[in-house]
Design a protein around this ligand. Structure first.
Ligand SMILES: Nc1ncnc2c1ncn2[C@@H]1O[C@H](COP(=O)(O)OP(=O)(O)OP(=O)(O)O)[C@@H](O)[C@H]1O
Ligand SMILES: [Mg+2]
Length: 231
């Protein structure tokens, strides 16, 4: 079913880094394409993607829509540079990114661009603020946002990455640990793409939003939500 495949594996479940696709993996991917990318398995949606879950394996698949510009491997690489870097903030671990031409008999072929990553059992803050999902009872806003800010400073200064699309829908809370989760690196940039002066002027944010200002905004809205609903 997959005709042209360009697959990059960042980390498989057994920690093997590989760029080769073995027959078994191909078979597995075909199964995913047929079974997982269905409405009933959808757990998230953005302007540029649909996110599906594979419940059995605790994996989720971000499938890019035709609108998405960025190379899917590039976004997966941002995830791979930031995952498992902190005890306090989660960045989902990417398993592989896939760019394939899907050929179905009798139909026009389509391009499938997918990032497979660790599935978070949680909610994003857009869903929470709209009342669609709940905050855990022991949620502590102060420490939650402090951890988040510390991580962003580390991400900017030590790893050299700016998110550039931070918003309530790209911030999740992990229900199992209560930790903040950062998702969606589809608009992110590397510090190294800019000169020191450009960074000082904030040019890294010129095609996106300012990470630290967005955190402040979300924090304020969450505070308001907590007082309004007496939580
Ligand atoms: N690893 C994950 N585990 C669980 N849910 C996820 C995961 N990654 C993303 N989601 C959910 O799917 C939604 C869409 O994912 P994402 O933000 O990456 O897509 P997007 O199309 O780039 O979004 P945007 O409209 O912000 O550009 C997120 O808001 C989040 O609720
Ligand atoms: Mg998003």
């Amino acid at each position: 079913m997959f005709e042209k495949i360009n697959l990059k594996i960042y980390k498989t479940k057994n920690n093997i880094e590989s760029h080769q696709l073995i027959a078994e993996e191909l078979k597995y991917l075909e199964k995913i394409a047929e079974q997982i990318f269905k409405k009933e398995f959808k757990i998230g949606e953005g302007e540029y993607s649909h996110v599906y879950q594979d419940i059995l394996n605790n994996v989720c698949y971000k499938v890019a829509t035709h609108k998405a510009q960025r190379d899917i491997h590039e976004e997966a690489e941002f995830y791979s540079k930031l995952t498992n870097k902190s005890e306090k903030v989660i960045v989902p671990e990417p398993y592989f990114s896939l760019n394939a031409k899907v050929v179905k008999t009798g139909k026009m072929s389509t391009e499938r661009r997918v990032i497979a990553m660790q599935k978070i059992n949680g909610a994003n803050f857009n869903e929470i603020l709209k009342g669609e999902k709940e905050l855990p009872l022991n949620f502590n806003s102060e420490s939650f946002f402090k951890d988040l800010k510390d991580f962003f400073n580390f991400m900017h200064n030590e790893v050299g990455i700016y998110h550039c699309d931070f918003a309530d829908r790209n911030l999740m809370i992990d229900y199992d640990t209560g930790k903040p989760v950062i998702v969606d690196f589809g608009n992110s940039v590397y510090k190294s793409w800019f000169t020191i002066d450009e960074i000082k002027e904030g040019k890294q944010y010129s095609r996106g939003t300012n990470d630290l200002l967005e955190i402040e905004k979300i924090e304020q809205v969450v505070q308001l939500y907590l007082t309004r609903f007496n939580k």
